[in-house]
Design a protein around this ligand. Structure first.
Ligand SMILES: NC(=O)c1ccc[n+]([C@@H]2O[C@H](COP(=O)([O-])OP(=O)(O)OC[C@H]3O[C@@H](n4cnc5c(N)ncnc54)[C@H](OP(=O)(O)O)[C@@H]3O)[C@@H](O)[C@H]2O)c1
Length: 455
């Protein structure tokens, strides 16, 4: 005789923020407090977790300031080196927001606990090797348990994912995009500064590039997106983009890799990912959304108004590229972050004023064909350009918490409309619903121009 299955008890918390005492974590708590118990918000119960009770209390006080911390936010002790503490978090929450990085060091046990227990997981990693390794190791398990595992829900890589989709959706048939380049411009009337952990994640990422290549070689080949027209031209190392007034150089961020993974999943699921128990209205919306997203080659560049700004970026790239190869070099880079990054990263992170003053613009310059039939002609060259822009506040500690929380709120309010489980990129999971939410929360999407290109 079969024993009747007892339904899973509803977890105590809607969201637990792990790593809430960290530099980014405390800003994520601040963002979450905006949504707790507001009438239309699905976030009703919140807990914060980490290694030190004292630090968590301080983070909560800081995040709630000038009010007193809400009495009903619980504090839970958990350590990524203690799997039982992570499993205990998973049984207590619907969604775990992981802010403990570098993810290559601390992330896997958290993903493993979520994938084995069926709890949903979002993080702010910008580390391609971590993301792809988690997909390789935990995707099947997460499908079975019903755990949605989505990395890169921060500035890496949501503005890029949503921005490239926004640009590609401006190409109305018969027009098709061929390549879209994103140009990131960071702006502030104070210094632009990031916290040490982001720099550490980048240094360790460059140091372990060969492991990422090895991982990719070991994995089955997936179909490539079918892109109309030729490969984009290589272009000079330092480009001048006249229309947006920026000089720019390639940025080896996670963005292009994440966008590509979204496009690959889209090839396998041309209408996006069906939800577990999706409403007919959502199915229709999802299909309509994905039918307007057209694949394009995609790359990201970092822009600066001045040539000296570009030389500084190249300088940091050379320091990290050369020194991260040896353990002594890595020690130097990590011991003196401010020196080797020309002041862009500090162990103490940016001041509140520096965070408040900063903002970003991400321009998407799309090249394509006014008629898709032109793309298959020999020696075809794009004859049309569409420029769009995503714009928002400071990237690491304002935009990142905004986008992470919006992803979490979609999970809480629309779980039935989302896939049962698996390890995915944010674009493919949240694509149809996220842009409007970001716009409602201070991140804008604008169509700047559509123009014909000279023959
Ligand atoms: N996607 C994006 O755009 C974006 C933006 C910002 C940050 N990030 C990433 O987010 C990560 C965190 O950055 P951050 O600047 O906030 O770093 P941070 O200030 O060093 O914070 C790290 C947090 O992790 C906690 N932690 C460390 N080891 C732990 C362990 N064994 N168990 C449990 N908790 C542990 C720390 O707790 P204690 O307080 O106890 O030390 C702290 O709360 C980095 O990987 C960074 O690259 C990404």
């Amino acid at each position: 005789m079969q024993t009747p299955r007892t339904p899973k008890p509803r977890p105590l918390y809607d969201i637990i923020i792990l790593g809430a005492s960290g530099f980014t974590g405390k800003y994520v708590v601040k963002e979450a407090l905006k949504f707790i118990n507001t009438p239309s918000s699905p976030l009703k119960t919140l807990a914060i977790a980490g290694r030190s009770h004292e630090k968590l209390v301080k983070a909560l006080q800081w995040a709630a300031h000038p009010s007193s911390p809400p009495p009903d936010v619980s504090i839970i002790i958990a350590d990524t080196t203690d799997p039982s503490s992570l499993l205990s978090l998973c049984t207590q929450t619907r969604v775990l927001l992981n802010c403990v990085g570098p993810f290559r060091i601390h992330g896997e046990p958290v993903v493993a606990a979520c994938a084995s227990s069926g709890c949903d997981y979002l993080d702010i990693s910008g580390e391609p090797e971590f993301m792809e390794r988690m997909e390789a190791k935990y995707h099947e398990n997460a499908i079975q348990t019903g755990s949605l595992v989505v990395s890169a829900c921060g500035f890496d890589s949501i503005p890029a994912e949503m921005g490239v989709m926004f640009n590609s959706r401006q190409w109305v048939a018969p027009a098709v995009p061929n390549y879209i380049d994103a140009y990131v411009s960071l702006e502030s009337d104070k210094r632009i500064v990031g916290n040490f952990a982001t720099y550490e994640s980048a240094v360790l990422g460059v140091a372990n590039m060969d492991k990422l290549q090895e991982l990719r070689r070991s994995r089955p080949k997936r179909p490539r997106p079918v892109i109309r027209g030729p490969h984009p031209p290589k272009g000079p190392m330092i480009e001048y983009q006249e229309k947006i007034g920026l000089r720019a150089i390639k940025l080896p961020s996670a963005d292009a890799v994440v966008v590509r993974r979204t496009l690959v999943t889209l090839i396998e699921n041309p209408h996006g990912l069906p939800g577990i128990n999706e409403s007919a209205e959502h199915t229709e919306r999802r299909k309509a959304f994905w039918s307007t997203v057209k694949p394009a080659y995609f790359g990201v560049k970092i822009g600066s108004k001045s040539l000296s700004g570009i030389y500084r970026i190249i300088g940091v790239g050379i320091f990290i590229g050369l020194l991260s190869r040896t353990s002594f070099g890595r020690w130097l880079l990590l011991k003196f972050p401010s020196f080797f990054s020309f002041g862009w990263f500090r162990k103490s992170g940016p001041s509140e004023d520096e965070v408040r003053s900063a903002s970003f613009k991400m321009w998407f310059v799309g090249h394509g064909f006014s008629d898709s039939s032109l793309a298959s002609e020999t020696n075809s060259k794009p004859d049309m350009q569409i420029i769009t822009r995503v714009m928002g506040p400071e990237i690491g500690y304002v935009t990142t918490p905004i986008v992470l929380l919006q992803c979490a709120l979609i999970l809480l309010s629309q779980r039935e409309n989302l896939p049962k489980g698996g390890v995915f990129t944010p674009g493919i999971v949240f694509g149809p619903d996220l842009q409007q939410r970001l716009q409602d929360n201070g991140i804008s999407f604008d169509l700047i121009s559509k123009s014909a290109l000279p023959a």
